[in-house]
Design a protein around this ligand. Structure first.
Ligand code: LIP
Length: 266
């Protein structure tokens, strides 16, 4: 596992920012229902915005020349000259958080030319901090991560989410029913970043979702690959939405074929 001082500095900053934001959300748990706006199946919380501001302030102090893009405020801070762009989801699993479910996290990634250099996914309510450096491995609370050895789709646990805007696609529940018959269990936990970290941790074997965004996956996709897994954007949809999958690598081809055949996208 190579040691790169530049990546270490980026990772140290990302961890500090994620912890500041996560502790702020936890400390203001009583305010978890304060909403900026509510939608049919989603919500934008005041704490989303506050945590985004905390992360942006910490990163801008440490890295004034870097750009910052976040779910709550696609602000490009600093100069793009360095080519380093921070991609931030201050609270991934927002609806879980607003209901008091612990499956939520702060996700922060540093990208250069679209490639993730470091990633942090911090889940304060679960007291777990996942990290990864490009070429430097992945950890959970300092312990090295590796994906599961499950090699049969029929024995696998897959994590997914339901697309809020399916459009002309197969209805999300029909896709869930059709694919879940071919795996041991399919679960919906409500946080893409944490789902991907569970795959990296070997606690699940694959993940798939349509309708998520780069900020949901930017950090955790590096954690997956540095833990020996595989990930790919299957399709880029409208308004930045993605069809994305990841796995332990062993069941990747079989799961991808099942998904695309069911979606009739092959
Ligand atoms: C969430 C994703 C989750 C998806 C939810 C939501 P947010 O992100 O992490 O996988 O199913 O609909 O998009 O909005 O909580 O940051």
């Amino acid at each position: 596992m190579k040691d790169d001082p530049f990546l270490n500095t980026l990772l140290e900053g990302a961890i500090a920012a994620a912890r500041l934001a996560g502790h702020h959300a936890l400390a203001n748990f009583a305010r978890r229902q304060e909403a900026v706006s509510r939608y049919a199946h989603d919500v934008k919380l005041k704490l989303d915005e506050e945590c985004q501001q905390i992360i942006q302030a910490e990163l801008a102090t440490r890295f004034p020349d870097h750009a910052i893009v976040g779910e709550e405020d696609a602000t490009i801070g600093g100069r793009l000259g360095t080519g380093i762009e921070w991609v931030v989801d201050p609270i991934d699993g927002t609806v879980n958080f607003s209901h008091g479910l612990p499956f939520w996290c702060c996700s922060i990634a540093a990208l250069q030319k679209g490639k993730t250099l470091v990633g942090v996914v911090y889940a304060p309510a679960l007291d777990v901090c996942y990290t990864a450096r490009l070429g430097g491995g992945a950890t959970c609370n300092g312990e090295t991560l590796h994906v599961s050895p499950i090699a049969e789709l029929s024995q696998s646990m897959v994590l997914t989410g339901l697309d809020k805007n399916p459009g002309k696609d197969l209805p999300p529940l029909a896709l869930f029913q059709a694919t879940s018959q071919h795996v041991q269990k399919a679960r919906i936990l409500g946080s893409a970043a944490l789902d991907l970290c569970r795959v990296a941790h070997g606690q699940a074997d694959a993940y798939f979702e349509t309708g998520i965004y780069i900020w949901d996956i930017a950090a955790a996709r590096l954690i997956i690959t540095e833990a020996g897994g595989q990930e790919e954007i299957l399709e880029r949809l409208d308004q930045g939405r993605l069809r994305f999958m990841a796995s332990n690598g062993l069941i990747h081809a079989a799961y991808k074929t099942l998904l695309l055949d069911t979606l009739q996208k092959r």
